[in-house]
Write a protein that binds this ligand. Structure first.
Ligand code: FAD
Ligand code: SIN
Length: 540
């Protein structure tokens, strides 16, 4: 059976919620499908905060400059300008809607994070910024009668008819059966793919489903090789890789090796405040040099009462694992954290597949380049979620775009190949475990041609088996990352090739991949259009 709505939004993190509010504001009916409970998302776990130009000593140019520097020459300046200028507007709106950012004496309180030239990070309840953003957006969306949120509705594929995305196929949580829903347009806000790696700060929902669905539906994917590894995830046997926020270093925390020596001075003059790709690689180098499995974050020089109040969630979580952040050295090592690449979009969230929009971590607007500046991601979700919603309304309001409310003949789904078999759940678990391990060992913080080729061979081998739909999506996504990483024969931002350790000017281009084609290079992502071939410079 097929249902109808005006717009489908997939995902209820910051991007999905903000897009839904923008769509509903136009008077449209919006159906939000989300895989787990409404709050379960990367957004919910965001700690450090959201970067925004609101303090007296800050301005747009400084925030833009910091973003461009962190992006290592691959940010699109127009995307960065949009992020920063619209960012202030949308954060003010969030404050008007009732979000409770932390304040000191009534004034907004700003913290510092790596590679920011100013204290410009707003935070909430100390280290629970994401939770407060989700709370305030769900409350705001809840006031819109036109938004219908369906939790535990796992979306499995996009429906493509006549070269256009016209809906989605999802698993109905009540009927426990596949169902399709048609709409004027689909806005993909499914977040990132940190779970591709054995060690990650991301929750279990972050398996990159939206990226894989878009790829199989025929949309272009950009910059998949750029995966950010956060330097300081808690590294304890048997415990999840709980994030120890960069804001802890921003408040004076230092990194020490197993001998107790502060080592960042040997790697970068900005010490612990260097961009996170540099800190992550320095930690790996130090672990190798000292033959250890972790380094330590040392907060002991900072007032204990301040730490408990500033980082209450981190304090409690570490206490659960037997660590006192005010007194103990905290074992940390890097873990996968954020995908700079994703569904290639313009600055209005339009993908290269008509009818499909993408916003937030699932997308690649070019705003982060080769390495995202800390705390720019929540801002990205807010800004580009709103812009995608607004663009979808404007684009699809013309004649001839009425919704279909019943099945309209044969549904052309390029991902039909993925549905050959459902496979056993044990096999799926084993496939994921293997892929995650290979990604960590061969497509991780340090890569080289041989490790990448071996990873691709293994993924091809896994893919030749009779896999479940979700396993096939997972291994396909891993292959996209590995192939882009092999293709880019230089090091830039978060992508570090030990066999090509320097950035090379000729590689200051985006990688683009599309189903059935080989990787090609593209110049800047056109801010107003991403038609499939518009800015392709050359086939590699
Ligand atoms: P998400 O918030 O991840 O939401 C994705 C949504 O899609 C979820 O609702 C999910 O259930 C749903 N979904 C996924 N697949 C499907 C499917 N198949 N069907 C239906 N629904 C699906 N960034 C900052 O700027 N500042 C920070 O302080 C910060 N701290 C972080 C701390 C942690 C521990 C982590 C993991 C990330 C942090 N980040 C931070 C990054 C930031 O949180 C994310 O990049 C951002 O929240 C992504 O928002 P999103 O809306 O794009 O995706
Ligand atoms: C953190 O709090 O360290 C995460 C910030 C981010 O990912 O932007």
């Amino acid at each position: 059976m097929s249902l109808g709505t005006d717009f489908v939004v997939i995902g209820s993190g910051v991007a999905g919620l903000r897009a839904s509010i923008a769509l509903a504001a136009s008077g449209a009916n919006v159906t939000v499908l989300t895989k787990d409970k409404a709050s379960e998302s990367n957004t919910e776990y965001a700690q450090g905060g959201v970067a925004v130009v609101l303090s007296d000593d800050d301005n747009d140019e400084l925030h833009e400059e910091d973003t461009l520097v962190a992006g290592a020459g691959l940010c699109d300046p127009e995307a960065v300008e949009t992020l920063v200028t619209d960012g202030t507007k949308y954060i003010k709106e969030l404050i008007d809607w009732g979000i409770e950012f932390d304040r000191e004496g009534g004034k907004l309180s700003f913290t510092q994070e790596a590679a920011h030239s100013r204290r410009r990070i707003l935070h909430a309840h100390g280290d629970s910024t994401g939770k407060e953003i989700v709370r305030s957006l769900i409350a705001r969306a809840g006031r819109e009668k036109r938004i219908n949120l369906l939790p535990f509705a796992n979306t499995e594929s996009l429906i493509v008819e006549g070269g256009r995305c016209t809906g989605v196929q999802f698993l109905d949580p009540i009927l426990r059966a596949p169902r399709s829903i048609r709409a004027k347009a689909v806005i993909l806000c499914t977040g990132g793919a940190g779970q591709l790696y054995q060690h990650t700060t991301n929750p279990s929902v972050a398996t990159g489903d939206g990226m894989a669905m878009a790829y199989f539906a025929g949309a272009e994917m950009a910059d998949m090789e750029f995966v950010q590894f956060h330097p300081t995830a808690l590294s304890l046997e048997g415990a999840p890789r709980f994030l120890l926020s960069e804001a802890m270093r921003g408040e004076g925390g230092v990194l020490r090796n197993v001998k107790g020596e502060r080592f960042m001075g040997g790697y970068d003059e900005r010490l612990e405040m260097a961009p996170r790709d540099i800190v992550s690689r320095s930690i790996v180098a130090e672990m190798r040099r000292t033959g250890s499995r972790n380094v330590f974050l040392d907060m002991t020089a900072i007032n204990g009462e301040f730490l408990k109040e500033r980082f209450p969630k981190i304090y409690e979580t570490c206490k659960f694992y037997g660590l006192d952040i005010t007194a103990d050295l905290l074992p940390v090592s890097p873990a996968s954290h954020y995908c700079m690449g994703g569904v290639r979009t313009d600055l209005h969230g339009r993908s290269t597949l008509p009818g499909l929009y993408a916003a937030g971590e699932v997308s690649c607007t070019g705003v982060h380049g080769a390495n995202r500046l800390a705390s720019n991601s929540l801002l990205e979700g807010l800004v580009f979620g709103a812009r995608a919603g607004e663009a979808a309304v404007a684009d699809e309001s013309g004649p001839g775009r009425a919704i279909a409310v019943s099945d309209a003949g044969k549904v052309a789904r390029p991902d039909e190949i993925t549905t050959r078999s459902t496979g056993g759940s044990e096999i799926s678990t084993a496939v994921r475990k293997r892929v995650k391990r290979v990604m960590w060992e061969r497509v991780g913080i340090l890569r080289d041609g041989e490790s990448l080729r071996r990873a691709i061979t293994e993924f091809d081998h896994i893919a030749s088996a009779n896999l479940s739909t979700s396993s096939r999506k997972f291994v396909t996504l891993a292959t996209l990352v590995a192939k882009a990483a092999l293709w880019r024969e230089e090091s830039r931002g978060a992508h570090f090739r030990t066999d090509f350790p320097e950035p090379i000017e000729a590689w200051r281009v985006h990688s683009v991949q599309k189903l059935g084609g080989s990787i090609f290079r593209a110049g800047r992502i056109d801010p107003n259009s991403v038609s499939a071939t518009s800015n392709a410079e050359a086939r590699a």
